[in-house]
Design a protein around this ligand. Structure first.
Ligand code: BTN
Length: 245
């Protein structure tokens, strides 16, 4: 069981990417606890599918959590979903109604407010988890417009600035809870929350992965967090990776 006090914080003014740094320095970090690496700005912030993650100075959360899990952990694919759930719960505490666009994009009012990038490194007998989260906290409208998809920030939604550190701590407290649930009870303990937070359920969507583009209705989430898409033929197709477009 982790508690908030198990988190060691490492902060950088400027860094290429907190995820890249964590991967490169994993062997120097505490393998028993959790390290939270943050930065005021990233010069090469990365998103899923090799996208850039716009990371200007001082405005947002750029954080990576590093910790180890056993090699055979069955929930490894659900770590990013546990963090997405935690972010939604934390944002709810602050008064925002955030949803999850499968697998782990964070949306408010159907615009992207944040995302999670999970990468793994291998140690002798364990997996090193590099779990990055970016949340647009104080990004102004003018910068949000430069993002290649509809995007928003907490400040843009509420017309007031938010203290980045306080928002981060709120999300981290929630993450410790989700992580403990996941490790000790499995994804089934988080599934109900994930279902409630899922965006576009029952709606017609386009979905793409390495095999192509699929049209259908977002049907449900499997017991282990994969996406069930109901194709126009009525067939249910299950995906472990890919993107809603
Ligand atoms: C996505 O939605 O595509 C995931 C975005 C993840 C961005 C965060 S910011 C902190 C960490 N460092 C990175 O380079 N990326 C993640």
């Amino acid at each position: 069981m982790f508690v908030f006090e198990d988190i060691a914080f490492l902060h950088f003014e400027t860094i290429d990417s907190t995820n890249t740094w964590a991967k490169e320095h994993a062997s120097e970090l505490d393998l028993e606890g959790i390290t939270c690496i943050t930065a005021h700005e990233q010069t090469a912030g990365r998103g899923r599918q090799n996208r850039n993650w716009l990371s200007p100075k001082d405005e947002n959360i750029y954080a990576t959590l590093f910790f180890c899990i056993p090699k055979e952990a069955p929930y490894v694919m659900n770590l990013s979903q546990a963090l997405a759930i935690a972010c939604c719960r934390g944002l709810k505490e602050l008064g925002f109604d955030a949803k999850i666009k499968w697998p782990n994009d964070l949306l408010i009012e159907q615009k992207k407010v944040g995302g999670v990038l999970c990468e793994l490194t291998s140690f002798k007998d364990r997996i090193g988890v590099v779990l990055g989260v970016g949340i647009n906290v104080n990004m102004p409208e003018i910068v949000l417009h430069a993002i290649d998809q509809p995007a928003t920030s907490l400040a843009a939604l509420s017309n007031k600035p938010w203290p980045v550190k306080q928002v981060l701590h709120c999300l981290l407290s929630q993450f410790i809870e989700s992580l403990n649930m996941l490790q000790y009870k499995g994804f089934s303990a988080l599934k109900e929350s994930f279902d409630e937070l899922l965006a576009f359920r029952g709606e017609n969507i386009s979905f793409h992965n390495g095999d192509g583009v699929f049209q259908g209705k977002l049907h449900s989430i499997t017991e282990d967090g994969r996406l069930n898409l109901e194709l126009d033929s009525g067939e249910i197709k299950t995906f472990s990776a890919g993107d809603l477009v």
